[in-house]
Design a protein around this ligand. Structure first.
Ligand SMILES: Nc1ncnc2c1ncn2[C@@H]1O[C@H](COP(=O)(O)OP(=O)(O)O)[C@@H](O)[C@H]1O
Ligand SMILES: Cc1ncc(COP(=O)(O)OP(=O)(O)O)c(N)n1
Length: 264
C-alpha cells in the first residue's frame, strides 16, 4: 500500500488540518501518517487557541515515521513558527523525503492567523524550495508574490513570480473567486488551467487542506503532477457536492461521499 505523511496542525472540529488530511488520504487509498505541529481549539466559527508542539517533539515524530514507514509523499500544512519550519526542513532534507506538497497556510477562512508574521521568510526560504508543488489560495499568492490578483492574468503573474523565486511548481487555487473555481498550475514556465464548476455550498472549511492532501495522495500512488491535480479537483468537487451541513459557521465537507452506498 502507498503511504503519505501529513505535517500539520490539529483541528478539533475535524474539518481542516490533520483530521481533513487523514480523511482525504484514506479516501484516496493511501495509508496516512501524521506529525502534529500544533493543537488548535477550533470549530466552524473560528480558532480560540493554539498550542504549538516543540521543535524537539516535532523532530521526534518525524524520526519515528521516517525510520519505520518511509512515506511515498509528504503534505505540509499549518506550521506556525520559524523554529518549527526549520526543524521540518532539516529533517526532510536529512531523510531525502519525496513528493513534498506545501500548503502555505496563513489565515483560516474564519479570519484567525495560523502563521506568525516573522515565520513567512522561513516558509519561503526553507520550505518552498523543497516543494514539488506549493498550493497558495489567492490571498496567500498575493503575499508570497507581492502582487495584487484581480483576474486570471493576475493569478498567472503571481504564480510565475513565486515559481521563479523558489524553483517550485505553483498551484494558485481559485476557491476565493466568484464565478468559477478554476485553479492555475504554473510549472516550468508554462500555465495550465484546471477548470472547476463553482459549487453553491457555503460549507468550505478545510478545502485547501483537502486539496493538498489529495494531490499528495495521488503523487504517492505514482501519478504525475497534472494527473494528481486533476484527480484532487474531482475529489474536492465530490466532497463539496455532497452538501454536508454541520455547525454554526462555514462547516466541514463530506469525505465519505463515495463510500455512502457501500457502508452507510
Ligand atoms: N465553492 C466551490 N466550488 C468548487 N470548488 C471550490 C469551491 N471553493 C473552493 N473550491 C476548490 O477548493 C480548492 C481549495 O481552494 P481554496 O478554497 O481557494 O483554498 P483555501 O481553503 O486554502 O482557501 C480549490 O481547488 C478550489 O478551486
Ligand atoms: C489546523 C488547521 N490547519 C489549516 C487550516 C486552514 O484550512 P484551509 O483548508 O486552508 O482553509 P479553511 O478551512 O480555513 O478554509 C485550519 N483552519 N486549521
Amino acid at each position: 500500500m502507498n503511504t503519505a505523511l501529513t505535517i500539520a496542525g490539529s483541528d478539533s472540529s475535524g474539518g481542516a488540518g490533520i483530521q481533513a488530511d487523514i480523511k482525504t488520504m484514506t479516501a484516496n487509498g493511501v495509508f496516512a501518517m501524521s506529525a502534529i505541529t500544533a493543537l488548535t481549539a477550533q470549530n466552524t466559527t473560528g480558532v480560540t487557541d493554539i498550542f504549538e508542539t516543540t521543535p524537539h517533539f516535532l523532530a521526534e515524530q518525524l524520526d519515528a515515521v521516517f525510520t519505520d514507514i518511509f512515506p511515498d509523499a509528504v503534505k505540509i500544512g499549518m506550521v506556525s513558527s520559524a523554529a518549527l519550519i526549520e526543524t521540518i526542513a532539516e529533517r526532510l532534507r536529512f531523510y531525502e523525503a519525496k513528493h513534498i506538497v506545501v500548503d502555505p497556510v496563513m489565515v483560516a477562512t474564519s479570519g484567525s492567523k495560523l502563521l506568525r508574521d516573522d515565520a513567512i521568510t522561513a516558509l519561503t526560504e526553507k520550505l518552498l524550495p523543497m516543494a514539488e508543488v506549493v498550493t497558495p489560495n489567492i490571498p496567500e499568492a498575493e503575499i508570497l508574490s507581492g502582487l495584487t490578483i484581480t483576474d486570471a492574468a493576475g493569478m498567472e503573474a503571481a504564480a510565475q513570480k513565486i515559481s521563479e523565486a523558489y524553483g517550485c511548481a505553483v498551484l494558485c487555487k481559485g476557491g476565493h473567486k466568484v464565478n468559477d473555481a478554476d485553479d492555475l498550475l504554473w510549472r516550468d514556465g508554462k500555465a495550465q488551467w484546471f477548470h472547476g464548476e463553482r459549487i453553491a455550498n457555503p460549507n468550505t472549511h478545510g478545502t485547501g487542506c483537502t486539496l493538498s492532501s489529495a494531490i499528495a495522495s495521488n503523487l504517492a500512488k505514482g501519478y504525475d503532477l497534472t494527473a494528481s491535480v486533476e484527480r484532487a479537483k474531482a475529489y474536492i468537487s465530490g466532497c463539496l457536492s455532497a452538501m454536508l451541513d454541520l455547525g454554526h459557521g462555514s462547516g466541514p465537507m463530506n469525505h465519505m461521499f463515495e463510500l455512502k452506498s457501500r457502508f452507510i
